[in-house]
Ligand binder design. Sequence first.
Ligand code: NAP
Length: 507
Amino acid sequence: MADVYDAIVIGGGSGGSGFSKRAAGYGKKVAILEMGAQWENGKRKSPGAGGTCVNVGCVPKKIMFFAAAHREMMVGNVSTAKGFGYEVPDAAGSFDWAAVKARRDAYVARLNTGYSAGWEKAGCDVIEGMGTFVDAAADSVTVKVQLKDGGEKTLTGKSAVVAVGGLPSYPDIPGIEHSISSDGFFELETQPKKVAVVGAGYIAVELAGILHALGSETHLFFRGDTVMRRGFDPFIVDTLMEAMRHHGPVLHAKSTPKGISKEADGTMKYAFVQDGVDSELAGFDCILMAIGRKPVTDRLSLDKVGVEMTAEGLIKVDEFENTTAPTKNIFAIGDCNTNGYELTPVAIAAGRRLADRILCNEPRARIAYEQIATVVFSHPPIGTIGLTEPDAIKEFGEANVKVKQSRFGSMLYAFNDDDSKVKTGLKLVMKLPEERIVGLHMIGPSSDEMLQGFAIAVRMGATRADFEASVAIHPTISEEMVTFSGWGQETAADGSVRPQLPPYLQK
Ligand code: NAP
């Protein structure tokens, strides 16, 4: 007789792991299906236990970000070490890519092993293989597993959770096989000398920034006037573009990919259309595509259980992660669903809340998608939560929105020329009349670490008065967020200054 599980989880990434451990913690019987790392035609088909984040995403990326930050302080036009009294020898900027890769791979391998061990320790059955749906009824779902070691197994569960994540997308252009994606970036054995990064989102901006800061000649190609066109406040995007123009990769705006060709000397030529004109650039030893990701839902036979997908393959869900399965016991979480966030903490939280709801009798449990904090590890990093100014105006009307923002060079750059300072930009978007903070945006050194605390305040409905009531921590960058109005006074639109009562005296 087949095993009967409370839940069969397909995919051992952030979401699947979050759900499984929580469910097992409730004493439920959970099977977690994970294919393990797999390659096909030299490209990754599956990242392995822990998913994209641990293996080919957030974790190894952050290690490279730190590596880049060390070099950035020592050499280049925004370096600060000399100003603070260090003698920086000529060789200071030479970076041992192979050594860092070896340490990074070992670090990731440890985490990777820890994932499977953690599931087992929590009491889950870990099954290495690929699951496909067979059929479903109101109280049972049947999943066939193609085992990694060969053979098949059939599982029966009271419910199933799809958490299969996604893989990088590639544009359909000739020669695309010569390019790599973010997956391939983490397999590079040597540092590229001249690299083209194509894309305009998180991955393109982060990896182009890292490669540039590590000393590779880096070219960033994007279709619009700017990168990060979706979901980021224009003030933040402007500040990022200014930083990149001054001390970032070479920017190629308004360019769409056309083709890649291999040259006799082994380098690559990248052809693109810029502003309607055919153009090309040669001599690349690496071309990295970062134009978005697509869900890997095509192998699941979702049609057999009535789960609908969008044309892009995203599983349609509501805000409780319910799919359209008529049996009402199939759910989807993380990057593969239509909730619109491809972020590890979102997937983990969605998984835990789903377990709370379906296995611990808490019908209200769901992740609140309304205000998700996010950080881009750009150079400099961006932190953001809530509405952009244009979105706030759309939602509340211009007369009901107030903004405070400032851009400055922080004390880290005290001894740099004006042209060599990385600017910090901070912005609050408030809803009137209560001045509730509905959007908080920052860019600049340490924004990645500053956001988490502010995110709590924003989620709790903090107003500007609450921010001002928290006495500044000096000298820091974050203090500027709570001192926008000049320590107890406010400048009106006509330039006049009036005293501002302390929050506890305001109505
Ligand atoms: P992304 O952030 O969705 O950005 C991809 C961008 O590439 C698109 O917005 C589009 O920008 C551009 N693009 C799309 N098709 C293109 C084409 N055919 N040619 C040229 N450009 C094209 O995707 P991503 O950078 O690949 O990252 C995937 C997801 O991973 C992100 O959405 C994010 O949620 C997650 N992620 C998060 C972090 C983090 O939390 N720090 C880090 C990395 C990734 P335009 O329309 O402006 O051209």
